[in-house]
Design a protein around this ligand. Sequence first.
Ligand SMILES: [Zn+2]
Ligand SMILES: [Zn+2]
Length: 338
Amino acid sequence: MAVKPVLSFTEKGIYCPAGDFYIDPWRPVPRALVTHGHLDHARPGHGAYLATHAALPVIRHRLGAITADGIGYAEPRQIGAAQVSFHPAGHVPGSAQIRVAVGGEVWVVSGDYKLATDGLSEPFESVKCHTFITECTFGLPVFHWPTQAQTAADMAAWWGRNAANGRVSVMGAYGLGKAQRIMAMLADHGLQGPIYTHGAVEPITQILRAQGYSLPPTTKVAGPVPTNALVIAPPSALGSAWAAKLGPHAEAFASGWMALRGVRRRRNLGTRFVISDHADWDGLNSAIRATGATRIFATHGYTTQFRRWLEAQGYDAGIVATEWQGEAAEGEPEANPE
Ligand SMILES: [Zn+2]
Ligand SMILES: [Zn+2]
């Protein structure tokens, strides 16, 4: 009798036959294990959710009334014939990789991840496995991130220059993760003034602060702001009527996509900062090596190119197709999270 794979790939998402559950499914299913609260992973409509205790408050905020259970990092849980556990992915606060073991065979679904510590998210932990399903949002050698300390210094200098010129600083950043990472790293570096937030950023910031994540004070924009303020808003707010009401201001956009020259040209977005909550090329490769896995499936991003690269490195490599490909992984689903 042929051995069933630990996980299989269905039109609803990644499925575990031994435990009868899905991981980050994009169509409604009875039981979903969810890696984190970004909308391409935490979809509405499932019968029951399982996520880390740290991820659940934001997931509940975004999805409303759901049936959900929390789990601690590294806490084993038996579901049918499968043993599952969640391990830090370093992507955003509460994010996890999901380990699934069935009869001695171990698979890990990475979710979204990054190796660099951001001072806010639980740091990425490598998990040994036979098969690793990895995201590859930035799976091309052109993607190489500067250090967070360098980016923080650049942002603080930009903010200080704007304040000196009587201009409010408006930073476009995704509402869950990136926005809070930026405020925390700037607080660490030294604030140039008060931090204000867009209505799509403030509720998530408050939820994470209440959970105990260390974040500087923020005020939701509700009228004029001082010229030495930094306003953190979703990227969709850049260039909008909402931003115009802030008066004289300078805009910046913080994203991994800013590493691509074509994107910088196409999008007229003022100052750009290269900062991502996904692994860059070196990060992906070292994460994969550290798992010890011999079989790798690529998902979320440059899957075709990345699979070819993995095969050239001697891996047994495949692709997991999802409904959310390429730019959607860090793009529009996060633009209007409310
Ligand atoms: Zn994500
Ligand atoms: Zn994603």
